[in-house]
Write a protein that binds this ligand. Structure first.
Ligand code: KG4
Ligand code: ZN
Length: 346
């Protein structure tokens, strides 16, 4: 068990950098409290309908110095006050990860302070320890992002067990790909969410693929929407524009029900009432409100991150690094990014 207190007579100040995909972010934490969290979003990808890895790396290179300076400035911390530096080791895009890791390794070497390598998905879950209220161990976390959909039993800060995951697309990917079919900009998840609030969620019932145990599959829904739209557009070419809000609401309701069905099964099976969600898709307003309702029925305590800690940010990397530092998990300068990095009990 990692102790969550720290001797405040010698503060632990960490600079963390996140660069796994298309946000360049830096944060400062002091004794496990976030003092600043700066995020630079890369608008360049909007023109391409998806993240272009090479453009992401170049944008990280441009953003990283100003973002780190701003994080230090807002926290009122100078480089010499840092006790450790942390970065996202993976999973993510190799070129993007390399920018953050090289930058942070240089700082570790130049300032002669420990380096901490953080798993991005584990950090999404640990974002629940940035603020109050904090979930009590063990809790069940539904982690939903652009690259992952997982059910994780969190036994302790650094002791996690994946009990279910997607066998194909991540749910964020499903949101984005379907949004693209509907002609929405990239990333489509937030746009689809906004339009869904004005539509009828039962207007277009899409088939739900049923997976064994606690695993998920989202590629079937995406294909079902693709074929449905293709058939409708043959008869009526402005079908999407005329029904956009109802289409968004129906897609969103389908994806949410697939997530919550498995979450409920898992919670009953492992017998926990402490339930959390994490990752970019946990910003979805429908998921947040449906989860609150389910919590009342099941008498769960639910933990939903603040919007700024749902999508990619370095505050979550700083918090993960804080607990790793306390557990003695520091790294050497030979550490390198791992685009397919895993976490959890083997
Ligand atoms: O965690 P995240 O920022 O990056 C990854 O680690 O992948 O998640 C990004 C994903 C994207 O697929 C984005 O469309 C989705 O989160 N997302 C949303 C919403 N906000 C972000 N999906 C649905 N509704 C939202 N409000
Ligand atoms: Zn993420």
């Amino acid at each position: 068990m990692v102790k969550d207190t720290y001797n405040t007579s010698s503060p632990l100040v960490i600079l963390a950098v996140e660069s796994s995909c298309d946000e360049t972010s830096a944060a400062i934490s002091k004794n496990g409290r976030v003092l600043s969290n700066i995020v630079a979003t890369q608008a360049v990808h909007e023109n391409y309908g998806g993240v272009v890895p090479e453009l992401a790396s170049r944008a990280h290179q441009q953003n990283i110095v100003p973002v780190v300076h701003q994080a230090l400035r807002e926290a009122n911390i100078t480089k010499t006050m840092l006790n450790a530096v942390a970065y996202t080791q993976g999973p993510g895009l190799l070129g993007a990860l390399l920018v953050g890791s090289s930058f942070v390794k240089s700082l570790s070497w130049g300032l002669n302070i420990p380096l901490i390598s953080v798993n991005h998905m584990q950090a999404h879950i640990l974002a629940h320890f940035i603020d109050e209220p904090r979930p009590k161990f063990p809790f069940l976390c539904l982690t939903v992002s652009g690259g992952h959909t997982q059910l994780v039993v969190v036994h302790d800060y650094l002791d996690m067990e994946i009990i279910g995951e997607t066998l194909d697309d991540a749910v964020g990917e499903a949101f984005d790909k379907i949004a693209k079919l509907l002609g929405l900009p990239y990333p489509g998840g937030p746009y689809l969410d906004k339009l869904a609030s004005q539509g009828n969620p039962s207007r277009f019932p899409f088939p739900i693929s049923s997976m064994p145990a606690m695993d998920f599959s989202f590629s079937g829904v995406k294909t079902a929407v693709l074929y449905f739209l293709r058939d409708q557009l043959k008869q009526h070419e402005s079908f999407i524009e005329e029904n956009l809000a109802d289409l968004c609401a129906s897609v969103q309701a389908t994806l949410i029900s697939m997530l919550l069905e498995k979450l409920e099964i898992a919670a009953h099976q492992i017998g926990v009432r402490e339930i959390a969600i994490a990752g970019g898709v946990s910003a979805n307003s429908g998921l947040r409100s449906q989860l609150e309702k389910l919590a009342q029925t099941n008498q769960w305590n639910v933990y939903i991150p603040k919007i700024e800690y749902c999508t990619d940010n370095a505050a979550m990397i700083a918090i993960a690094a804080h607990y790793q530092y306390l557990a003695g998990q520091t790294d050497t300068l030979t550490a390198s990014p791992n685009p397919r990095m895993k976490f959890g009990r083997k």
